[in-house]
Structures are given as C-alpha cells and as structure tokens.
Ligand binder design. Structure first.
Ligand SMILES: CC(C)(COP(=O)(O)OP(=O)(O)OC[C@H]1O[C@@H](n2cnc3c(N)ncnc32)[C@H](O)[C@@H]1OP(=O)(O)O)[C@@H](O)C(=O)NCCC(=O)NCCS
Length: 187
C-alpha cells in the first residue's frame, strides 16, 4: 500500500475501492469548478462510477507496478487527488494529474503533494522523466510544474476536449538529474 506524509495533517494515499464515496462526495461539492478542466467529472455520476474506476484502473495499475493514483487527505478528510498515469517502463516515464477541493486551494497542498510524488518516482522508482500536461488557460495548474522547476516544452494545439470545447495543452517535463531543483526548498 502506497502512503506518504507530505506535511503535518497532509497525506497522500493509494486510492482504494472503499474511498469511492469520499471521492464522489468531494468532487460532487465542487462539480462546476472541477468540470471546467477535468473531462472525467461529467462522466462520473455516482460513487459506483468512482469505485469502478478504482477497481478497473487504479488498483490494477498499482498491482502491475505502473504507479500509484492517490487521494490527498487533509486532517483525515479526502480533499483531492494526485497520481501517475500508468508508467511507461520502456522509457522510464510517466505523467501526473491532480485536483484539489476549491476551499483548499492556495495552501500549497497540491505543489507539496506533487513534490512528494516526484521524490518517490525519481528516488524509489528511478524514473527518468515526468510530464505534466495542463490547459494553457488553466493558470493555477500550470503554476505547479513551473513552481517545481519543470521546463515547458511546448503547446499541443486542441489536444484536450473538456465539456464542449477543445483546449490547447502545455507540456511540462522534469528529468531525473533536475530533481530536486535547488529552489524547491519550501516544505
Ligand atoms: C489546479 C489546482 C490543483 C491548483 O491548486 P492550487 O491550490 O493553486 O495549488 P497548490 O495547492 O499547490 O497551492 C498553490 C498556492 O499555495 C501557495 N503556497 C503556500 N504554501 C506553500 C508551500 N509550502 N509550497 C508551495 N506553495 C505554497 C503558493 O504560493 C500558491 O499561492 P497562490 O495561489 O497565491 O499562487 C486547482 O486549482 C484545481 O484542482 N483545479 C481544478 C482541477 C484542475 O484544473 N486540475 C488540473 C488539471 S491539469
């Protein structure tokens, strides 16, 4: 079971089927805010949909050694998620995704959770490259790789479909010999 303490009161923990209700409740409280950038929100209509995703994607991905998808827990409550899309072992690479409840924004919870994930991916899993893709208009999301020392590689035109619109995706990456950046000292 993957579990890391990020800071006092903040923990990331592998999602399990028993977390489905908590994920659905947190996402449900923030549906309008999340659906602006996350295509899965409109497809997720019940806790059962979340449970199915955990059972069919998250759990087998972890069992197959292709990386954890975690809940972010703040003071014992599920507040968001941070996770790897399945690791590509041929190239020792993966990409990351994340979200946090609107009321928990602006506290560095996601930046620190992503940093915790990068520590694991580079130091324990010995990955070579990690990518974050975010819509160019999603300034809060793009600020996370920028804050953590990623390099912006370019923009993929209309590479994401969210709701009823196409969005351009900025691709950010960081390599094993670039982590941790000297500037990344705040915890
Ligand atoms: C994208 C998203 C995760 C960003 O959340 P966030 O709260 O801005 O990110 P963080 O939790 O890292 O907080 C960053 C802020 O905390 C501050 N902060 C405080 N303590 C900090 C610390 N110890 N370390 C880093 N930052 C800290 C930062 O300076 C920054 O401040 P600012 O908001 O004034 O710029 C959030 O807006 C979200 O979930 N959006 C909807 C879903 C989404 O878009 N997901 C991403 C799809 S690609």
């Amino acid at each position: 079971m993957f579990r890391r303490t990020i800071a006092p009161g903040i923990e990331i923990k592998l999602l399990e089927p028993g977390d489905a209700e908590a994920v659905f409740a947190a996402a449900g409280r923030d549906r309008a805010y999340l659906r602006e950038w996350l295509p899965w929100v409109d497809r997720t209509q019940s806790a059962e949909d979340v449970r199915q995703f955990i059972e069919e994607v998250v759990s087998p991905q972890w069992t197959d050694n292709r990386g954890p998808q975690c809940g972010i827990w703040v003071d014992g409550s599920l507040a968001g998620s941070v996770g790897c899309h399945a690791i590509d072992w041929t190239n020792r690479a993966c990409s990351l995704g994340y979200w946090i409840e609107s009321r928990r924004q602006g506290q560095g919870i996601v930046t620190r959770s992503v940093a915790g994930m990068l520590n694991y991916l580079f130091e324990e899993m010995l990955l070579h490259r990690v990518v974050i893709q975010c819509a160019v208009g999603n300034h809060r999301s793009c600020a996370i790789p920028e804050r953590l020392g990623f390099t912006k590689e370019g923009v993929l035109r209309q590479a994401g479909h969210v709701g009823d619109r196409w969005v351009d995706l900025a691709t950010w990456s960081i390599l094993e010999d670039e982590w941790p950046p000297v500037a990344q000292l705040r915890t």
